[in-house]
Design a protein around this ligand. Structure first.
Ligand SMILES: NC(=O)c1ccc[n+]([C@@H]2O[C@H](COP(=O)([O-])OP(=O)(O)OC[C@H]3O[C@@H](n4cnc5c(N)ncnc54)[C@H](OP(=O)(O)O)[C@@H]3O)[C@@H](O)[C@H]2O)c1
Length: 254
């Protein structure tokens, strides 16, 4: 798919999402992106996208609510006239040790990390299916899951369960929407770590990753670009972009 002139909707335009919006704007896509509780910085992303010569707009939405997910898609189409790509980054990452887990931790993790992308993907897919088929495609959907779905660590049980559900959502939707809409997922390792992450923790991550480094937003966003512009022949796939963290440390001979 060529991005020039297409409309891309990014949900969760904060860290990776903001950089992704600018990268895709530079490829000529018109950009809609959503935020929930952090409006700060959204206008500067809109302006940076517009400097690339495309149209851009940010929208507030609480995507745990299916009506707001529908409205976000409707507003995007009302503003730009079509929707070719949905990229679902919506997520809340909360430490929830087992001993203090409460039912609300589970419900909140599922709502933000699974229900939100689920509702948004269905709303977007229904809209995409109204559009003409171009080069065999009506649209593309990309979800963001997590490398740790395949090798879980402790203290994030509800988050990991929700991200695991997102993998199944990716594969099941790929079947539902074939052959004209592709659905894939990216599973990042640690990239653009939060400012609060200690150097000790970051060093532990580097040491436990085959490539011995923390990733950048660009490492992940280039994989998104590949799924959008590099190939139209992949669907139902999950791409781990984790610097080999899944493989663990490489320690030479066994
Ligand atoms: N960064 C990493 O190291 C890493 C590692 C593994 C997986 N991932 C995955 O990659 C994706 C992007 O990561 P990131 O670091 O850029 O995430 P992030 O900075 O935490 O951004 C998450 C986004 O989700 C939005 N969001 C949360 N709840 C929402 C709701 N109810 N309705 C609408 N939007 C909501 C937030 O909006 P507001 O801020 O406006 O509330 C924010 O824009 C996420 O799915 C994350 O799980 C990231």
């Amino acid at each position: 798919m060529r991005l020039a002139g297409k409309t891309v909707l990014i949900t969760g335009g904060r860290r990776l999402g903001a950089k992704l919006a600018i990268l895709l704007a530079q490829r000529g896509a018109n950009l809609a992106f959503s935020y929930h509780t952090s409006p700060d910085g959204m206008q500067s992303v809109v302006e940076e996208c517009r400097l690339a010569g495309v149209q851009a707009e940010s929208f507030r939405a609480d995507l745990r609510n299916p009506e707001e997910a529908d409205l976000l898609v409707q507003n995007t189409i009302a503003r730009f006239g079509s929707l070719s790509v949905l990229i679902n980054l919506t997520s809340v990452y909360t430490r929830t040790p087992l001993d203090t887990l409460e039912p609300k931790d589970y419900y909140e993790a599922i709502a933000s990390n699974l229900s939100a992308p689920y509702f948004t993907a269905i709303a977007a897919a229904r809209a995409m299916r109204q559009q003409p088929i171009e080069n065999g495609l009506q649209g593309k959907i990309i979800h963001f899951t997590d490398w740790a779905v395949d090798r879980p660590y402790r203290f994030f049980l509800p988050y990991l369960v929700a991200k695991g559900g997102l993998v199944t959502l990716t594969k099941a939707l790929a079947v539902e929407l074939a052959p004209t809409i592709t659905v894939n997922a990216i599973a990042p390792g640690t990239v653009e770590p939060a400012a609060a992450a200690s150097e000790q923790k970051l060093e532990r991550i580097r040491r436990s990753s085959a490539l011995h480094r923390i990733g950048s937003a660009d490492d992940v966003n280039q994989a998104v670009l590949y799924l959008l512009e590099g190939t139209d022949f992949v669907t139902g796939e999950v791409f781990r972009v984790d610097g080999g963290r899944f493989l663990g440390a490489t320690t030479g001979d066994v």
